[in-house]
Design a protein around this ligand. Sequence first.
Ligand code: PLP
Length: 465
Amino acid sequence: MPLTTQHKRQPHQAMPETAQRDEDAAQLPLHHIGESGLDSETAYELISSELLLDGQARLNLATFVTTYMPATAGRLMAETADKNMIDKDEYPQTAEIESRCVNILSSFWNSPDHEQATGCSTTGSSEACMLGGLALKWRWRERMRKAGKPTDRPNMVMGINVQVCWEKFCRYWDVEPRQVPMEGDRFHLGADEAVALCDENTIGVVAILGSTFDGSYEPIKDIAAALDKLEREKGIYVPMHVDAASGGFVAPVLQPDLEWDFRIERVQSINASGHKYGLVYPGVGWAVWRNEEALPRDLVFDVNYLGGHMPTFALNFSRPGSEVIAQYYMFTTLGRDGYRRVMQGAQDVARYLADEIAKIGSYRLVSHGDDLPVFAFGLAPEVQNYSVFDVSDRLRQRGWLVPAYSFPSNRQDLSVLRIVVRAGMTREMADHLLDYLREQTKFLESLDAPLPHPDDSKRKAFSHN
Ligand SMILES: *Cc1c(COP(=O)(O)O)cnc(C)c1O
């Protein structure tokens, strides 16, 4: 649902004059459908010309979402765009490929063989998080009913750095969000702080493998251990869901010894975005539960609408099969080694950028790209005449999208720039960015008075994706 308002009727004028015929110009409406259509070539020219106004995807260092895939992957996706993921009867092979991907991911996430992990593809991590949260809520309600206790006040514990999808989950499904604020140099959820907010109405703790604010991993093993202790001492069972939107594809190859996944018994479910470090164009995500008990049966629908019986757990119904097929293509063509190579390449570039930016002198690193290949940096305390927002603006003049934003409570005093290094960002591109950043920083340092900031309030609205 695009949240747009009504526009006045205007003609569409995006097309170069050379490609435009006069009779077309007269009948190109922008906000309502034309009485008659244009021929396909003209319509193609019109729309592709207009889209040139979008940013250059590969210079976008703001997003985690994949902006580069090999050309063959693009071809495979175009060839499979007509497959409907839900229609498992018509496209059984696509369904089989989805199920192989779930198996690949559950072994990526160290699911013990005896557990029989189960899972599904989604449109992204947001949908996967909704499903993970629903399973937690259903299980909590069942536990409370069995104990003869009220089920009207569920809550969920998380860091204030969660992605907006968890706030959505809580609002849409009537769960009280309990958020742990940042404090000092702790920019994400801490174990003691999480447990302090838990009680018998806590449906679960969400821990993030790869905070969008600074790329850091939350201490999942410590949080689990603290929840073990809570259970031992007070008899309160609180399960965990890991939001590994980005880290789910990074940690298994870059930090294989880090225990954050199904090796930890308390971790009941994990989500990841296939379209982030899974290296697929948007929209594909994954949700995996550690075993059948972790996914209540009455959330799963048996669909026989299109012929054949299929269990499904999803918020959507129809959606393209091509992203799931592209995910399988990436697993097939890269293998574990290939994912390791790509992630290591991204991390090398991230660390190189972080080191070089630290050397400029005007910046202070908040993180260094050691967890996700993502890092944030603020200004040195002595900088007075410009802000991170000015730096972001100046980088944008050359097409580099490096967002600036303020941290949430209790570190609203801290404003940073963030760089997300993805596949496709080469060392050479990094050098271009560094040259430009050094040059612009020099300019900003040469100012003898502060830059004016007419609309700082608007600048804080940055959606972490
Ligand atoms: C990106 C992100 C999400 C949302 O993922 P989509 O795939 O864009 O829906 C949720 N959680 C975290 C930690 C993220 O980084």
